[in-house]
Design a protein. Structure first.
Length: 526
């Protein structure tokens, strides 16, 4: 009797919103508690250590122009609100990573809270907001969006998007124009923070089509005017970006034609789903089927895809999965609008990263941050549906709770472990190299990092791995020659410089280093 009363008391406590949010916050901080000692890595250095314009708030107006882009990261697009927020953050935290990491966790928690409130507004299923938010807060695929400081400022754009979406939900329920005004205001901030948020008006329309069918039929003309309130700032953003600042796409096309892009993106779409279900081999350089890496050289991609056909069994299977998911959107339109909403959300938020407008990158884990909400919502819905269906069966109930608890604890462990990969540049590059054994570029990049730190023995091993993966990669031969020169292995250095010059006869430094070594050898003989 006492055990039963204790169980009921615990359930009553967990039903409280404040208790649920406290659990989410505690587990999130626990998962990311080991990032505070992590250093600036890759783009963090460019923005917070090297870009002087960011360090003076007097430069804020310039951040809204083309002048406000770092010289070596012009591919980042037009995100003036994001760079302005970076400038303000620099005033608080300077060149100390701790504060930025704390901010990134708070941004992630804010997004989790918004998802919690959104689910609470669109579904009456008890515990659905709580479990959805828990899954989102702790999912290991989000480590890149949270632990990578620069990426966390992209997540601020998602915070504005979610705030705007939630305020629109409040407007539809309370009919107060103040909610609509601030919803449009936050949508504008979102657009100028992160291009991926341009999908917001279509998310709002999706919500209306699925959850407000009767109202829409009565007030279609009024609703259309409301939609215009979101499309106007979107069009203003595009006009400023394209015609005033003159920034078009972020990079060149993935392959020689749209057909190649289509082939590789259906592989990426399926890989995202796989990583959401099995977040195991996480990497900044994910690999899709066919040996295609996220930052693959265009020539290598063309060579791989040229040998593939649309009618390959794997490609047809991937396409069948995608078509089946689209079919489910329409199948559950009336009976299960929550599932249709989740699937549509996933597809729409994937589109900005589908290389319709070229980004030059096939996939990154942080790109699925917003779309992963749909996965977490559907998974939570499945769990609660089964729990309710078998609520009288204690054995099944216990089993389901054990499965959920085990999954969440494994998420916490995986996030904690993955954070260590972001400790510094060498740890990050080593984790990429270890997870990409056939990626010659990543072994090469690790060698460069080791060389910069004066770890020449480790650098030589990394360059040798790069050459093993691609014997015709001249840059690895050249850098290995430099490393051997530093280590005093002159004969080995000569062989590597010869190979580098043979592979790239236009690269004069290889020829000059070779001649220099020969002169030194001759002078010793004399």
């Amino acid at each position: 009797m006492k055990i039963k009363n204790l169980k009921l008391k615990i359930i009553r406590q967990i039903k409280q919103t404040k208790i649920q949010l406290a659990i989410i916050a505690f587990l999130t901080f626990l998962s990311y508690s080991n990032i505070f000692q992590n250093e600036f890595v890759i783009d963090d250095r460019t923005f917070f250590l090297e870009w002087e314009m960011l360090q003076d708030l007097g430069n804020l107006p310039k951040l809204f122009t083309a002048e406000g882009l770092p010289a070596n990261t012009s591919h980042i697009g037009y995100r003036p609100v994001r760079t302005s927020l970076m400038a303000f953050a620099y005033q608080f935290f300077g060149e100390h990573p701790f504060g930025y990491h704390l901010l990134s966790i708070l941004i992630h928690l804010a997004n989790t809270l918004f998802f919690y409130l959104i689910v609470k507004n669109i579904s009456k299923l008890r515990f659905l907001p709580f479990i959805t938010a828990l899954l989102f807060a702790l999912h290991p695929i989000h480590t890149e969006a949270v632990t990578f400081i620069t990426a966390s400022f992209d997540s601020m754009g998602i915070t504005f998007l979610l705030g705007s979406f939630l305020l629109y939900l409040k407007y539809t329920l309370k009919k107060s124009t103040i909610f609509l005004f601030f919803s449009i205001f936050f949508s504008t901030l979102a657009f100028f923070t992160y291009e991926a948020t341009l999908i917001l008006p279509f998310l709002i329309i999706t919500y209306d089509l699925l959850f407000r069918k009767k109202e829409l039929s009565k007030f279609l003309s009024k609703t259309s005017l409301i939609y215009l309130g979101y499309f106007v700032p979107l069009l203003i953003y595009l006009y400023v970006r394209l015609f005033l600042v003159h920034i078009t796409t972020r990079n060149s096309a993935l392959g020689d034609n749209g057909y190649f892009t289509f082939l590789v993106m259906i592989k990426a779409f399926i890989k995202y789903i796989y990583l959401l279900i099995f977040p195991l081999n996480l990497s900044l350089e994910p690999r899709v089927e066919g040996g295609i890496y996220a930052h693959i050289e265009r020539a290598d991609l063309n060579r791989i895809l040229a040998n593939q056909s649309f009618f390959d069994v794997n490609n047809l299977f991937y396409l069948l999965v995608i078509v089946s998911l689209i079919f489910l959107v329409f199948r559950f339109y009336r009976s299960l609008p929550l599932i249709s909403f989740s699937l549509t959300w996933f597809f729409l938020t994937f589109l900005p990263f589908a290389n319709i407008l070229q980004t030059g990158v096939i996939m990154q884990e942080r790109y699925i941050y917003l779309a992963s909400f749909a996965f977490c919502l559907m998974l939570a819905w499945l769990f609660i549906t089964f729990l309710n269906r078998y609520k009288k069966n204690k054995l099944i109930n216990t089993f389901l709770l054990i499965v959920l608890t085990t999954m969440l604890l494994s998420y916490v462990w995986k996030v904690h472990a993955r954070n260590k990969d972001w400790r510094d540049d060498i740890a990050l590059n080593k984790s990429i190299s270890d997870s990409s054994p056939y990626n010659y570029l990543q072994h090469y990049n690790l060698g460069v990092r080791y060389s910069q730190k004066g770890l020449y023995n480790e650098a030589s091993r990394a360059y040798l791995k790069s050459i093993s993966a691609n014997p015709n990669f001249w840059a690895a031969h050249f850098n290995l020659g430099n490393t051997y020169t530093t280590l005093g292995f002159k004969e080995k250095a000569i062989e590597e410089y010869k190979k580098a010059f043979e592979l790239n006869p236009t690269y004069q430094p290889a020829k000059e280093r070779l001649e220099s070594l020969y002169r030194n050898e001759n002078s010793k003989e004399e």
